[in-house]
Design a protein around this ligand. Structure first.
Ligand code: PBG
Length: 340
């Protein structure tokens, strides 16, 4: 059987998370895999993320490699993936999400509350900047870029008092010991999809047909998919990219899908926020659509595009919820906060 080629960015984090994913998929499928490193625009360009615009800087070249048939699967950090559908490709699996929270990595083990007045904190993310300004206007924020080791290095070498990073990336790199505090998701919702991976393939490329087993379904998590679809639905509905000052978090807990979002305005008191939930058990037909969407061929759009007979209500719960939350946010003036 041919070796399955899996495309990844070349960064240490990307390679680590792709390796971890491939090991699970190899165990589940019995197939052999090969990692193919693809250099992306976002890796080469060192400009600030806010000036790069964020839109697809990490994904474009991986998608080209998929389309050209150079790789069979691509592994993305979901939060770096634009919400616009990629023609000819589909997201075929979302493995179970890891910790979606942001971490504080501070010198001397300091917690967020222990950071002294005027402490120097590094982050280039407009969302993280907005969130920090609201609760600690005294902090001196520095725009930083670079991989996780580089960012932690600013603290280790004494140039900054602390940096903000995603818990998930630190865990995947085995750097959890650098975390000195974690930010609660209610007050500090993170980027849509943070902590979650997306596995992308050419449309119609189905691992199951060659494994004869459950293939990608074994590494796909329905609750993660519902949550991240809702989060990305909010981002898309707001017409915002991954560098917008938007925090969204969704969870499925006891069969209830709950989504909440905060959109930050330019001054530190302006904010649109909302929360919405739905008991997936009360929309059983819509959740049938979710289950139907688990395997193989769902498009990047909000509705599963196959097995339409499985969609009785004709609505995909995460998409409906996201749309309702978006109208609430617009009603609170969120449209004026998103300038890209
Ligand atoms: N934009 C870079 C990026 N993309 C994904 C992660 C972390 C892992 C994840 O959220 O899946 C990071 C680094 C960070 O924000 O700390």
């Amino acid at each position: 059987m041919p070796i399955v080629r899996v495309g990844t960015r070349g960064s240490k984090l990307a390679v680590a998370q792709t390796r971890q994913f491939v090991e699970r998929l190899a165990a589940a499928s019995g197939r052999q895999f090969e990692l193919v490193r693809v250099t992306t625009h976002g890796d080469v360009n060192r400009a600030s993320l806010s000036t790069l615009g964020g839109q697809g800087v990490f994904a474009t070249e991986l998608r080209e490699a998929l389309r050209a048939g150079e790789v069979d699967l691509a592994v993305h950090s979901l939060k770096d993936l634009p919400t616009a559908p990629a023609p000819g490709l589909s997201l075929v699996a979302h493995p179970a999400r890891e910790d979606a929270r942001d971490a504080l990595c501070a010198r001397d083990g300091l917690t967020f509350a222990e950071l002294p007045e005027g402490a120097l904190v590094g982050t280039g993310s407009p969302r993280r900047i907005a969130q920090l300004r609201r609760v600690r206007p005294d902090l001196e924020l520095r725009d930083i870029r670079g991989n996780i080791d580089t960012r932690l290095g600013f603290v280790e070498h004494g140039e900054l008092d602390a940096v903000l990073l995603a818990c998930a990336g630190l865990a995947r790199l085995g750097r959890e010991e650098s975390v000195t505090d974690r930010f609660g998701l209610d007050e500090f919702p993170t980027a849509p999809g943070q902590g979650s991976l997306a596995i992308e393939a050419r449309e119609g490329w189905v691992l199951e047909t060659v494994t004869g087993g459950d293939g990608l379904a074994l590494v796909d998590d329905a609750a993660t998919r519902a949550a991240v679809d809702a989060e990305r639905g909010v981002l898309n509905g707001l017409d915002a990219g991954c560098s917008a000052p938007v925090g969204v978090h969704a969870v499925v807990d006891g069969g209830v899908l709950r989504v909440h979002a905060r959109v930050y305005g330019p001054d530190r008191f302006a904010e649109a926020h909302g929360e919405i939930e739905i008991d997936l058990g009360t929309v059983r037909d819509a959740s049938v659509a979710i289950a139907g969407g688990m395997r193989g061929t769902r498009a990047t759009g909000p509705m599963p595009d196959h097995e339409p007979d499985a969609v009785v209500v004709g609505a995909y719960a995460p998409a409906v919820l996201a749309a309702q939350l978006v109208s609430e946010l617009f009603a609170q003036g969120a449209g004026e906060f998103i300038v890209e």
